[in-house]
Design a protein around this ligand. Structure first.
Ligand SMILES: [Zn+2]
Length: 127
């Protein structure tokens, strides 16, 4: 019943997962091609090395962000499987349908999310 109820979200999550997988693959493809360029250049300068380092850092940041998003999407899909989708990971209260509509991978209700944003962490409620 739950799976049917969240059919739309599940589809959205699967599309999102595919998009993130592609994005990650693209990122890794561009990474290896820039390494080839570097090896192929006999006049590789120090400034270029600095730029490369910056590029690498930017890429790693982006890669981490994609991986985090993927983890969130996978977590949400797992919750659909388990029948806990739509419930807050922290307090167990239902997440508002509007929020799930806008962000299908949301795993926290707006209240807990606000707490997390404010404090940088949340204290899980005793189960
Ligand atoms: Zn909550």
């Amino acid at each position: 019943m739950t799976a049917v109820k969240f059919k739309k979200q599940r589809e959205q999550l699967e599309v999102e997962h595919k998009r993130l997988t592609d994005e990650l693959a693209q990122l890794q493809t561009s990474a290896s091609s820039s390494e080839e360029r570097r090896e192929g250049s006999p006049f590789f300068k120090r400034e270029e090395a600095a730029t490369e380092t910056l590029e690498l850092e930017k890429r790693l940041t982006l890669e981490n962000r994609i991986r985090q998003e993927m983890a969130a999407v996978e977590h949400a899909l797992e919750k659909i499987e388990k029948g806990t989708y739509g419930l807050c990971d922290n307090c167990g209260q239902p997440i508002s349908p509007e929020r799930l509509e806008a962000l299908p991978q949301a795993s926290l209700c707006i209240k807990c999310k606000a707490l997390l944003t404010k404090n940088g962490k949340i204290t899980p409620l005793p189960k």
